[in-house]
Design a protein. Structure first.
Ligand SMILES: C[S@@+](CC[C@H](N)C(=O)[O-])C[C@H]1O[C@@H](n2cnc3c(N)ncnc32)[C@H](O)[C@@H]1O
Length: 401
């Protein structure tokens, strides 16, 4: 029988080889902690797969809690930069395994405070942490929106649920000179984990990675609007931030009519990460930006409006009665060509505009740095913000520059 130790080493060897783990400290804790202590009853092969293990779903089957995929956990630990002696706040304890990794990184002189909103997890996490000997972890049952003020300041706050905003308490409770905030945010429909550090009167993200987490619950929960545009096996919806106007009925009517297709001549090899760069760049450039997301069973199944785009959707824009989105078609054996499909009365003009943006990105921006995200407190006047696309949320003004 393959032992936990062997499976763990095999997983970490693979993550190191794929450069998903690049920090020696993170590698060491991944090799030390027996993940099965936090996932009782889950077969060892699944415990040590580089995949998420969902541990609770709602009545519609949507994940409410999980142990995140080890590769993503490793990336976030690296972004958190936890060091011996530090004090870390984690939001979203779930199984407790990440709190245990943090506990090893900060060592006996450090402390980890981890907050979980769901009472179903507190006990199990506590048992796992005790069995792993993580006695420098304090588990708190409550809404992470408020942090743990009595234990502040923290050297880092690591949020492990998908947030729509940066809670004021997280910023208030960070060390003002050096505290790092690692948080998965949904911005204009795009879901990325950002690592922020303080810079004067605001925070700037010095790292980011594409990711998706279970949504944050409680006071900070934020619904995303989804406008169903296609039904059946290819069901797809347009996800828009609720501060962006969109007439669902008019856009559905537009979508029922055939598309105008415009191909850009811009090509990419399969699995090219520059598509992520294009998405982010368009999110910053377009007045109205959202994600057209496949929600039917044929995700990534092949040609068709969304078939070849990433499983987590494609960039879209719209006006009152016309909608356009970026798509791909196969070009030769390994490459894809970017195109734009548009539906509605102004489809030809909107497709031409969006295709021009894609060509502009290809000529001028492709391969360049990612747009930089800065977070300011709500109420910061416009003239104090860096240039860029402003996304206003209850607690923060985010600028994608
Ligand atoms: C993806 S899981 C966390 C993964 C985990 N840290 C690990 O070790 O892999 C997200 C967790 O956040 C919790 N959560 C959601 N909203 C929360 C909130 N407002 N405060 C605290 N926990 C929350 C969920 O109940 C869920 O258990």
């Amino acid at each position: 029988m393959t032992t936990s130790r062997t499976l763990r080493d095999r997983l970490v060897d693979r993550l190191v080889a794929e450069r998903a783990v690049t920090s020696a400290e993170v590698e060491a804790v991944l090799r030390e902690v027996p993940r099965e202590l936090f996932l009782p009853g889950v077969p060892l092969e699944l415990v040590y797969a580089d995949d998420v293990v969902v541990t609770k779903r709602d009545e519609d089957g949507r994940a409410l809690s999980s142990a995140s995929a080890p590769g993503l956990v490793a990336d976030m630990l690296r972004m958190t930069r936890a060091r011996p002696g530090q004090r870390i706040l984690e939001i979203g304890t779930a199984t407790g395994v990440n709190a245990c990794y943090l506990s090893r990184l900060v060592g006996p002189e450090g402390r980890v405070y981890t907050v979980e909103i769901d009472p179903d997890f507190a006990e199990g996490a506590g048992r796992g942490l005790a069995a792993a000997g993580a006695d420098n972890v304090v588990t708190v049952l409550g809404d992470g929106e408020y942090g743990v003020p009595e234990a502040a300041p923290f050297d880092a706050v690591e949020v492990t649920a998908q947030a729509g905003d940066i809670a004021a308490a997280w910023l208030d409770q960070l060390n003002p000179a050096s505290g790092r905030l690692v948080v998965p945010l949904t911005l204009r429909g795009l879901s990325r984990t950002f690592a922020f550090r303080p810079e004067g009167d605001h925070w700037v993200a010095d790292e980011q990675l594409p990711s998706g987490f279970v949504p944050i619950r409680g006071e900070g929960a934020r619904a995303q609007r989804g406008i169903a545009l296609l039904g059946g096996d290819e069901a797809a919806e347009l996800r828009v931030d609720d501060d962006q106007p969109a007439d669902a009925q008019a856009l559905r009517a537009a979508f029922a009519a055939p598309a105008h297709q415009e191909w850009t001549g811009v090509t990419l090899p399969a699995h090219d990460r520059s598509l992520l760069h294009l998405d982010f760049w368009l999110a910053a450039s377009l007045e109205r930006y959202g994600r057209f997301v496949n929600v039917g069973p044929s995700v990534g199944a092949g040609p068709g409006p969304l078939g070849w785009t990433l499983p987590f959707g494609t960039s879209a824009t719209w006006d009152r009665d016309t909608v356009a989105y970026v798509t791909l078609r196969q070009n030769g054996l390994t490459d894809f060509e970017l195109g734009v499909w548009a539906h509605g009365p102004r489809r030809a003009a909107m497709a031409a505009d969006l295709a021009a943006q894609v060509r502009h990105w290809d000529r001028r921006r492709r391969g360049g740095p990612e747009p930089v995200v800065r977070a300011y407190r709500a109420g910061t006047p416009d003239h104090r913000l860096a240039p860029g696309r402003v996304v206003d949320r209850p607690h923060t003004r985010m600028v994608i520059g």
